[in-house]
Ligand binder design. Structure first.
Ligand code: IMP
Ligand code: MG
Length: 186
């Protein structure tokens, strides 16, 4: 087995570990300032946002609570199906809470539009959307993302939580998957 097996499936690295760390630190400080006086709920959208979420939390100095939600919109494909379903719901209610939804990547925007709508219906005081990566070219809704660390081109990326068929989440950087890996699907 090659030591470089995961890295070998990438065409190139798009965002390095150092760039990720720097952006997450800046965002954590910004949220600390902007939510001063509030005790917000940070909602992690599983599984993709898990690494970003845990790194971000360590950079936020607020009396926050955390919760988790799992949504399905893609199945095993690299293309969106447009179908959004809650696989795991929040443990606590969000009535009168300031909620920050933490996502790995916004692509069509369908997942976050749906989540935002649900949280507002449940009586959250505010709902803001935070994403590590934003692919605005692919947007299919007029969704407004409140905080995005990196705007990226329309390429399929993996690593730092993002997967292709549940793999590559453990790469410490974000890379563009080599098309040969998913060509069989087309
Ligand atoms: P949206 O509803 O189309 O915005 O889809 C967002 C979800 O699609 C993300 O949370 C990811 O799980 C997945 N996704 C979209 N683009 C990529 C990508 O380039 N790599 C890995 N997952 C992606
Ligand atoms: Mg996701």
């Amino acid at each position: 087995m090659s030591e470089q097996s995961l890295r070998g499936d990438l065409d190139h690295i798009l965002i390095t570990q150092e760039q990720l760390e720097a952006a997450v630190t800046v965002l954590g400080k910004k949220l600390t300032r902007e939510y001063k006086g509030s005790a917000p709920v940070f909602v992690c959208i599983l599984k993709g946002a898990a690494l970003f979420f845990s790194d971000l939390l360590r950079n936020v100095d607020l009396p926050l609570t955390i919760d988790f939600m799992a949504i399905s919109s893609y199945g095993n494909s690299t293309k969106t199906s447009g179908v959004v379903r809650i696989l795991k719901d929040l443990d606590h209610d969000v009535l009168n809470k300031d909620v920050l939804v933490i996502e790995d990547i916004v692509d069509s925007g369908l997942t976050l539009s749906y989540i935002k709508k649900v949280l507002i219906e449940r009586g959250a005081r505010s709902v803001k959307l935070v994403t590590l990566l934003d692919k605005p070219e692919r947007r299919k809704t007029d969704l407004e993302v409140d905080y995005a660390c990196f705007i990226i081109p329309n390429e399929f990326v993996v690593g730092y939580g993002l997967d292709y068929q549940e793999r590559y989440r453990n790469l410490p950087y974000v890379g563009v998957l080599h098309p040969k890996i998913y060509q069989e699907e087309a």
